[in-house]
Design a protein around this ligand. Structure first.
Ligand SMILES: CC(C)(COP(=O)(O)OP(=O)(O)OC[C@H]1O[C@@H](n2cnc3c(N)ncnc32)[C@H](O)[C@@H]1OP(=O)(O)O)[C@@H](O)C(=O)NCCC(=O)NCCS
Length: 189
């Protein structure tokens, strides 16, 4: 197991080629996918041929950025993933934060705990200038996590979707944290 880092209750490790089943199961819960696809699961073929290979390739491109499998220290159970990485074509010092956890792990502060360590590492170790995240405006839990790790609301915007899902009409929100603000927050912790 290639460990990226640990938090108080979690281990974040690299994904491996053998992790397709974990991702298939995670994305098969309609509640997990509610604000992503309106509950539609991700096809196994997409996970095996596109998503997981992309996760793995990423480890070879950027040290310190990528998607990480989150495991509960106490049980060793996979609870989902968290991510920090620049989008394709974006500057390498502007990574995006993301997370997707199994429903049985929600409401225990796990997303906040994992996201906080990724934000701290992005600024302290990977030279980030700005960390940002996007979510549907109606995704209250996701917005709350962003606020709890110090990101601030930046803007609301509207994307065109061929097949919009409920809540699309309220738009997407972007949150961000700049290096100087992170430094200030860290001093105040
Ligand atoms: C978003 C997600 C990662 C949050 O994970 P989590 O481990 O439950 O998050 P935390 O426990 O760290 O924090 C959640 C916060 O949101 C709050 N919250 C949860 N549901 C809420 C709701 N419907 N309305 C308002 N606040 C809500 C919680 O009370 C908590 O805030 P608090 O600590 O101030 O009480 C999880 O719900 C998830 O994986 N959702 C599906 C995937 C997804 O939507 N990902 C984001 C896509 S951009």
């Amino acid at each position: 197991m290639e460990i990226f880092c640990s938090t108080r209750r979690l281990v974040l490790r690299r994904f491996t080629a053998g992790d397709a089943d974990l991702l298939v199961e995670l994305d098969s819960d309609p509640e997990v996918m509610r604000f992503l696809t309106h509950g539609r699961p991700t096809a196994r073929a997409e996970i095996e041929k596109i998503i997981l290979p992309r996760f793995l390739e990423y480890y070879t491109l950027f040290d310190g950025y990528g998607h990480w499998a989150a495991l509960e220290k106490e049980t060793g159970d996979f609870i989902g993933w968290v991510s920090m990485r620049p989008r394709d074509g974006d500057p390498s010092d502007e990574p995006e934060l993301g997370y997707r956890l199994r429903r049985d792990a929600w409401g225990q502060g796990y997303a906040t705990e994992a996201a906080q360590v990724l934000v701290d590492k992005a600024f302290a170790e990977s030279g980030a200038r700005r960390v940002f995240a996007e979510t549907m405006a109606v995704n209250a839990a996701s917005r709350r996590v962003l606020e709890k790790v110090g990101l601030r609301y930046a803007r609301t915007f509207h994307r065109e979707f061929e097949d919009p899902i409920p809540g699309t009409e309220s738009g997407e929100v972007e949150y961000e944290l700049l290096r100087a603000d992170w430094e200030q927050q860290r001093r105040n912790r």
